[in-house]
Design a protein around this ligand. Structure first.
Ligand code: PLP
Length: 399
């Protein structure tokens, strides 16, 4: 559909009639393909955010589109009151690709986080034997797990919390990467340690090597579930299917979303051992749209693209190249450049927003996170030549 309004008019509508809970760059996108997006004025931009890693497979991937269109003509929503022919196939694919016993499908990422929290607590009561109402979950400071009341309640970011209390009790924070703090925070009532193996929104903060293994062994020692939020880090972003695979640990549960649909549709899931998801009885938990046949068909196609196109390996290779090249930049305003796979943070000694604006003028879209960090996270299908062009723009802007 052709948009006949100017970018300025569309921005004016958005400002006037929409809640201002975002501060977007003023680029009005009307179509996209692969790593490129096109605005209403005919300009093209290379997308270095990839919808916070929801479009790892690239925008409008044709194989996912085909699955979407085929399914949308057949049946889109049955509710879980009845069974559908797509969800069992998604379960089987998830099991075969990830090795987890079971999955529970939801829609947005935060719903899957809430689901994991509910599963962990019920496991705590019914399997571990924690007294009713006493279950504790340990999380990390600087976490980002989404925006519901329960989840912002255990955030350490004041802006996420201020004005939204009161919050749910039962959560404790420890710093990411500090095994001693984790050990000290555990009590007999701890049911789970929930964290991002690499903190994306916090600025791609990577814990020291060995931390995941240490966290795993502390959790095992105290019969505490290791629950990883891989909504952003998972599905190829860091150069492996899951970030936890860099250390060969085996979490009890992992939460996925974002690229699980390749951007076509909100699809999320909790994957876990049978003992964990097995705590749910009919009626304990649910979602009208969760596990619908359209979502399942789209997710299957999105997973197939990740596998068939070896996108995790591509992320590892292109990411290592980009990181090495960016680390050559000599600039007094660059504090640190770190990353894993095609997920790279350029931490500045000043505000990142003006640099994101300057990159936008050059045709490269990225978004600052936490004021001083430019997050670089292109779709994993990005062409090597496009990546080179982007690196040149970044080098020029930082020089
Ligand atoms: C994006 C994100 C979420 C929340 O996902 P939504 O789909 O926005 O609800 C949770 N955890 C992490 C690590 C994320 O990056």
């Amino acid at each position: 559909m052709q948009t006949l309004l100017s970018a300025a008019q569309l921005i004016a509508y958005e400002e006037q009639y929409g809640a201002h809970n975002y501060h977007p760059l003023d680029v009005v996108i009307e179509r996209a393909s692969g790593a490129w997006v096109y605005d209403v004025e005919g300009r093209k931009y290379l997308d270095f955010l990839a919808a916070y890693s929801a479009v790892n497979q690239g925008h409008c991937h044709p194989a996912i589109l085909k699955a979407f269109l085929e399914q949308v003509h057949k049946v889109t929503l049955t509710s879980r009151a009845f069974r559908n022919d797509q969800l069992p196939l998604l379960y089987k694919d998830l099991h075969e690709i990830t090795g987890f016993d079971m999955a529970l499908p939801m829609n947005s990422g935060v719903e899957a986080v809430e689901t994991a929290v509910k599963a962990a607590r019920k496991w705590g009561y019914t399997v571990k034997g924690i007294p009713e109402g006493q279950a504790e979950i340990i999380v990390c400071s600087n976490n980002f797990h989404g925006r519901t009341i329960a989840v912002v309640g255990f955030s350490s970011d004041q802006q996420y919390r201020n004005g939204f209390g009161p919050f749910a009790p039962g959560f404790k924070q420890v710093p990411l990467g500090d095994a001693a703090a984790l050990r000290a925070a555990i009590t007999p009532n701890t049911c789970a340690f929930l964290f991002e193996p690499i903190q994306g929104e916090a600025g791609i903060l990577i814990p020291p090597d060995g931390y995941l293994r240490e966290a795993e062994s502390i959790c095992r020692e105290h019969n505490v579930l290791l629950v990883l939020d891989e909504i952003q880090s998972g599905l190829g972003r860091t150069g492996k299917m899951f970030a936890y695979q860099h250390e060969g640990v085996q979490p009890d549960a992992v939460i996925i979303g974002k690229a699980l649909s390749g951007g076509y549709y909100p699809v999320s899931a909790v994957l876990a051992r049978r003992e964990v998801l097995g705590v749910f009885q009919p009626g304990d938990h649910g979602s009208t749209f969760g596990g619908n046949p359209l979502a399942a068909a789209v997710a299957r196609a999105a997973l197939r693209v990740l596998m068939d196109e070896n996108l995790a390996a591509r992320s590892a290779e292109l990411g290592a190249y980009a990181l090495a090249r960016l680390q050559q930049i000599k600039s007094p305003i660059v504090r640190e450049i770190r990353g894993k796979g095609l997920w790279i943070a350029v931490e500045l000694s000043q505000r990142a927003r003006p640099f994101c604006e300057a990159l936008k003028e050059r045709g490269l879209l990225c978004k600052e996170t936490h004021d001083t960090v430019i997050r670089l996270a292109p779709p994993l299908v990005i062409e090597r030549a496009d990546l080179d062009w982007a690196l040149e723009q970044i080098e020029a802007v930082l020089a």
